[in-house]
Write a new protein. Structure first.
Length: 493
């Protein structure tokens, strides 16, 4: 069919209109091609782990003895977890779990390094076999994130580098596990003896700079310096700030100690109050630097602890676990339930609280998901918390597990394993085969053993726990007489 135009001007108008339509479509297509959506920047990740910080050692938890305004502020800005757990009741296994996303039972790192004969004096049964270092064969979260384009920094306590605290075995230190720098990480479990929290330090990987400087302040300086340098690069950073505080010895600057002991004769509890406040002040400086650098909005911050507190030789001498039971070195709640705060502005709603039971191994998949770095979920024992944090979705798992086939430094605990499923927690002690069952919803202090009252629940959880121990190939306690002399440090009496 032919289209006839009445006159020249009509034809010209039609042609111009068609040309304008074509030009408009072409312009829109050009705009679409020229201005693709900018990919969202990967977040920085600041992972703060405090050593031996108890569940009730922070003011936001309701503790009245401690002044922690900076961590309390962080709690208001992110999500608080009421039922967060360390992977173990002592430090080295929890740290290994945080690095790998694997359970201590699977890693065979199940006691604080090194396990010692002195813990088993007079005991017929000795520990399950435990490894004294994090082997290079494991793919750590730092290695994974570095492959995703992250700068990686480690500052503070490592404690996964062999049984000899005087040795520096490079293959087990942070820079052989994916970190670009290592400031302070050694095989040591603490900063040293008396006055070790003050420069000159005895930590071989920490250069002395300013005599008398408090260790938390020095590590804060290093963290701030690291983040400042990274701001000027195109790479996001993953920074572990794993403080030596509030581990023994109990030490703090004189002006802080004087605040709690104005008469000048401070007891251990008053020194610990000062130590907690000193830790909070140092963390506060690091958090403020995120704001000053203009990177807080795109930084995922995690603050937690590696296990329950060391409470001293006398009840309440240093700190208290109330309303929880027991302390560091026990599978009771006081030994494994820890503070946890996660903040990510505009991603995690501020001022929120989760009662979901979570555990140390969850950090690795959470960080990888936040960085949009692919991994196979079956590779890890943890589950990503990102859907819970950002969309309030439930986790897929039903249970979390613990395995501690050792006596701790105090030798007062029982060697055992535990499982938490819903509100119920079951403990199984390997030597005596005792079973304890608690309903944590109504008995957070684990005062009433329900194993006989609720035998079906106890049976179900025990079967679940034993199946997990088989699946992880967990090491079990052995007769002391069957353990080689050189397997543990020291000599058996």
């Amino acid at each position: 069919m032919k289209i006839r135009f009445n006159n020249y001007w009509t034809a010209l108008c039609c042609i111009l209109t068609i040309l304008l339509i074509i030009a408009s479509c072409s312009t829109e297509q050009t705009k679409s091609k020229a201005l693709p959506e900018k990919p969202e920047a990967k977040p920085n990740i600041l992972f703060i782990m405090i050593d031996d910080l108890g569940w009730m050692d922070l003011a936001y938890q309701g503790a009245t003895d401690y002044h922690t305004p900076n961590i309390d502020k962080l709690a208001k800005q992110g999500m608080i977890f009421t039922d967060a757990y360390a992977a173990a009741p002592v430090c080295s296994p929890t740290r290994a779990a945080a690095m790998t996303g694997l359970a201590p039972a699977r890693l065979k790192i199940t006691n604080h390094i090194p396990d010692r004969w002195s813990f088993y004096n007079g005991k017929e049964m000795g520990p399950g076999k435990s490894v004294n270092q994090l082997e290079p064969k494991y793919n750590t979260v730092a290695e994974r994130l570095r492959a995703a384009g992250y700068a990686t920094g480690f500052i503070g306590k490592w404690h996964m580098a062999g049984a000899d605290h005087n040795a520096l075995k490079e293959e087990y230190l942070p820079m052989n596990h994916g970190f670009d720098i290592n400031i302070g990480g050694t095989s040591m479990g603490g900063p040293g003896g008396d006055s070790s929290y003050f420069d000159p330090f005895t930590i071989p990987t920490l250069e002395n700079k300013k005599e008398g400087q408090y260790l938390p302040d020095r590590l804060a300086d290093e963290a701030i310096d690291y983040m400042t340098k990274q701001k000027d690069t195109d790479n996001p950073f993953f920074l572990c700030l794993w403080n030596y505080t509030v581990h023994w010895p109990v030490e703090a600057p004189g002006e802080l100690v004087g605040k709690y002991a104005p008469d000048g004769d401070a007891n251990l509890h008053q020194k610990f109050q000062a130590m907690v406040e000193g830790m909070d002040m140092a963390i506060g400086r690091v958090l403020k630097s995120l704001d000053d650098l203009g990177i807080a909005e795109n930084t995922l911050v995690v603050l937690t602890s590696d296990n329950g507190p060391f409470t001293g030789d006398i009840v309440g001498e240093i700190t208290t676990v109330n309303p929880l039971k027991d302390e560091k070195g026990y599978l009771s709640e006081g030994g494994i339930r820890v503070p946890l705060i996660i903040r990510w502005p505009n991603k995690i709603e501020s001022g929120t609280v989760s009662n979901e039971p979570v555990i140390t191994m969850d950090f690795v998949p959470t960080f990888l998901d936040a960085a949009d770095h692919k991994y196979e979920a079956v590779e890890l024992d943890g589950e990503s918390l990102l859907p819970l944090l950002t969309e309030n979705k439930d986790l897929n798992r039903t249970s979390i597990y613990f395995h501690y086939p050792h006596y701790a430094f105090h030798s007062l605990n029982k060697m055992g394993s535990a499982v938490r499923k819903g509100d119920y927690k079951l403990l199984y002690y390997h030597v005596t085969e005792e079973v304890e069952l608690y309903d944590l919803k109504i008995d957070i202090g684990e005062t009433t053993n329900l194993a006989e009252e609720k035998p079906e629940i106890a049976k179900e959880l025990l079967a679940d726990l034993k199946a997990w121990l088989v699946e992880t190939d967990a090491e079990m306690p052995r007769r002391t007489a069957d353990i080689k002399d050189d397997e543990l440090v020291g000599k058996i009496n």
